[in-house]
Design a protein around this ligand. Sequence first.
Ligand SMILES: [Zn+2]
Ligand SMILES: [Zn+2]
Length: 183
Amino acid sequence: MKMSKLGYFSEFLLFPLLVLFATLLAFRSSVSPSPAIWAVIYGAGLVGWTLIEYLLHRVLFHHAPVLSQIHERHHHFPLDLIGTPAWVSMLVGVIAVAIPLWAALGFGLATAATGGLVTGYLWYVFVHYATHHWRPRKNSYLYRARLRHARHHHLSNGGNFGVTTGVWDHVFGTALEGRTSKV
Ligand SMILES: [Zn+2]
Ligand SMILES: [Zn+2]
């Protein structure tokens, strides 16, 4: 879905506030989690996101009905702000992520895992935006992300599915090497 800049970035305000609020509730409750375990689970959520990002892009964005058509538009018009409205990603996040994690880990640790996943997701939205709209300094992290993602757009859409990291492309053998003319 094509969006305004405000709509595109509203998640960056809304989601951290929700996670922060839930986390404060968790730590103020009588069964508050241990901060060290909370931090470990948060980190696991963050790392877990990078794998989810890879699979979402490789499997759903390129093969699922509707989603693949929306994503194809992004491939044709990479500068358009095509994203998910905040209320849709929030609904998906609560129903498919936060509630199952709550059931599995309890409220306190679910805020950690959800927080890690949300941080990873926002990092992905930011990096993806930057790869198309910014010209980062040579050899910086964003420069490498831009180069990696440009290969996905211009060399082959059968590889380089990772946006924030190329690790999973190396693990699953979909890394694209070589030069691209349009960076
Ligand atoms: Zn892109
Ligand atoms: Zn793609």
